[in-house]
Design a protein around this ligand. Structure first.
Ligand SMILES: [Zn+2]
Length: 101
């Protein structure tokens, strides 16, 4: 049994071998083959090490994404600094009239 965000409690069954056969009687999932947040909550409560591993994966992904974004910004700045004034004017007008490429 899992408590929802309100006061309601839902009956949750998770099938680890066939996740789509998991069941929950919340409005989002009842009668459908949908994985809902109550199933995820039950899974992570039953397997706390998996929750910890998932959290670490998310943090690692976010750091990598920030790094990629920072590298992209540096590339754009480098590219813009290499352009001649006439090329910048042409690109600016192109973006203003046609939108980003
Ligand atoms: Zn549910």
């Amino acid at each position: 049994m899992v408590r929802g965000s309100g006061q309601k409690h839902y009956d949750v069954f998770i099938n680890l071998e066939h996740p789509c056969k998991s069941k929950c009687n919340c409005p989002h999932s009842d009668g459908k083959r949908i994985i809902c947040k109550h199933m995820i909550a039950l899974y992570f409560a039953a397997y706390p090490n998996e929750a910890k591993k998932y959290y670490e994966d998310v943090v690692k992904y976010q750091k990598e994404e920030e790094q990629r974004q920072e590298e992209l910004e540096y590339e754009v700045i480098y590219y813009v600094h290499k352009l001649k004034k006439s090329e910048l004017e042409q690109l600016l007008l192109q973006v203003l009239f046609d939108g980003p490429v």
